[in-house]
Write a protein that binds this ligand. Structure first.
Ligand code: UD1
Length: 417
């Protein structure tokens, strides 16, 4: 298993190009099964979750070809509308094929994702919504089986709580359903909007994406399309926070600055100079001693839960006490014990964490526990004195493309062993 060995306290300067968004690529890949025509996707990040989704598509019967900077997908015949356990267990987002498969073939069999490190994360909201679209859902032997032999029909669906992949999954089911579907309390995330843009290029009729009410008029068939995935706002935010923790002028490029407003606003409050040297670039430089700033994770456009661990690592370097409230996932503080081992002072009460800064961090052997927790440990390691060894970096590889190369190029001392 790979480790990262990081020697801290080296200043980061320069530019980091940002990859395509993992969380936008995954639903876009799933959407390719909605048509028998070829779909071409550019800016697909080379990360483990994407490879898992591609293995799943191949299992289903999709032909995938890679060219210079794009992949093409052709699913002429769906031979096996099924997502097996060995693929789903490594990536919960595999449930994104449920909606497209049932819409295209009238049948889908998807392994239940089960619990995961950051909470129960069930897919009940996906299943309830599919039932409202006319699917018959049964569960046995750890699988969800959905049947709609006569096709799906439009419906008014109100999500009990905001779900990102749930909104995407049901949007993909509804584009081929008969009649109109209205999704209420839909997720506003840029990744949902990116998926809607791809589906519209394929001929889907969708209105209201990016608002809580999305209206979809079903069509008989979808067609080929060419689409470039949006930039990864979480990757960009992670590097910006690293730039504030240990940088001296760091720029992320190829980004959509508007998608990062909640994060850059908090960074400014904490003492960062943030500027926009180009339309697609964000520059960060620490201007004043870091100040403690509270965050509370929320659905978009609020502060993303996927940036919570990184913010906590940053706050160990800020003067004062900061409060961090996790509202999206029930068990997303696993990085706390590892940060404490590096010298951080953090107290936990339910979904509240209090970070008492500033503390001197010292390098230690730590264990990555999930994707974003690992990114938090990485930021702490960059700010710590001495050497940190992060074990189980396969968690980081799930969602960050070439992270050690990108960091080394701007001055970090990091190597994979
Ligand atoms: C997506 C992102 C993930 C991000 C999360 C929240 C992808 C591939 N992943 O995950 O990086 O952290 O949004 O921004 O895009 N829930 C239910 N029932 C369901 C579905 C969800 O109770 O059927 C709960 C979850 O347990 C969680 C909350 O709803 O507490 C939000 O989850 P959701 O938005 O669905 O997260 P994901 O789409 O899995």
């Amino acid at each position: 298993m790979d480790n990262f060995v990081i020697e801290g306290k080296h200043t980061l300067t320069g530019e980091i190009p940002i990859s395509g968004s993992k969380n936008a690529a995954l639903p876009a890949l799933a959407a390719t099964v909605l048509t028998e025509d070829t779909v071409i996707l550019e800016r697909i990040p080379e990360v483990r979750d994407v490879w898992t989704m591609m293995r799943l598509l191949k299992h289903i019967g999709v032909c995938i070809e890679q060219s210079d900077n794009a992949y093409s997908f052709k699913s002429e015949l769906i031979s096996l509308p099924e997502a097996p356990y060995n693929l789903v267990k490594t990536m919960r987002a595999s449930s994104l094929v449920l909606g497209p498969l049932i819409a295209r073939t009238g049948r889908a069999r998807v392994s239940m994702p089960g619990g995961c490190a950051i909470g129960a994360r069930p897919i009940d909201l996906h299943m309830n919504a599919l039932e409202q679209l006319g699917a018959r859902i049964t569960q046995d032997h750890g699988y969800v089986e959905a049947q709609a032999p006569d096709g799906l029909h439009g419906s008014n669906i109100r999500f009990e709580r905001v779900t990102v992949t749930g909104t995407e999954d049901i949007m993909m089911a509804a584009v081929l359903a008969r009649g109109e579907t209205v999704l209420e309390n839909a997720a506003l995330e840029p990744e949902v909007v990116d998926l809607a843009n791809l589906l519209k290029k394929m001929g889907a009729l969708i209105e209201g994406e990016g608002t809580p009410t999305i209206k979809i008029q079903g069509v008989d068939r979808l067609r080929s399309a060419h689409h470039a995935i949006i930039a990864d706002r979480i990757e960009a935010g992670t590097f910006l926070i690293a730039g504030l923790a240990v940088g001296h002028g760091l720029t992320v490029t190829g980004v959509h600055a508007a998608h990062l407003e909640a994060v850059t606003e908090k960074m400014s409050q904490a003492g960062a100079e943030i500027s926009y040297p180009r339309e697609d670039a964000i520059y960060v430089e620490p201007k004043e001693p870091l100040r403690a700033v509270d965050i509370s994770t929320q659905e978009y456009p609020g502060f993303p839960t996927d940036m919570q661990a990184q913010w906590m690592a940053l706050m160990t370097q800020a003067n004062g006490k900061s409060q961090i409230v996790e509202n999206i996932f029930e068990n997303r503080f696993m990085h706390v014990s590892e940060l404490s081992r590096m010298g951080a002072k953090i107290s936990l009460a339910g979904n509240h964490a209090s970070v008492h800064g500033k503390t001197t961090l010292s390098g230690a052997a730590v264990m990555a526990s999930d994707l974003r927790a690992s990114a938090g440990l990485l930021i702490a390691a960059l700010a710590a004195s001495g050497e940190t060894v992060i074990d189980r970096v396969y968690h980081i590889d799930r969602g960050y493309e070439d992270i050690e190369k990108k960091l080394a190029a701007v001055g970090a001392h990091i190597r994979r062993v």
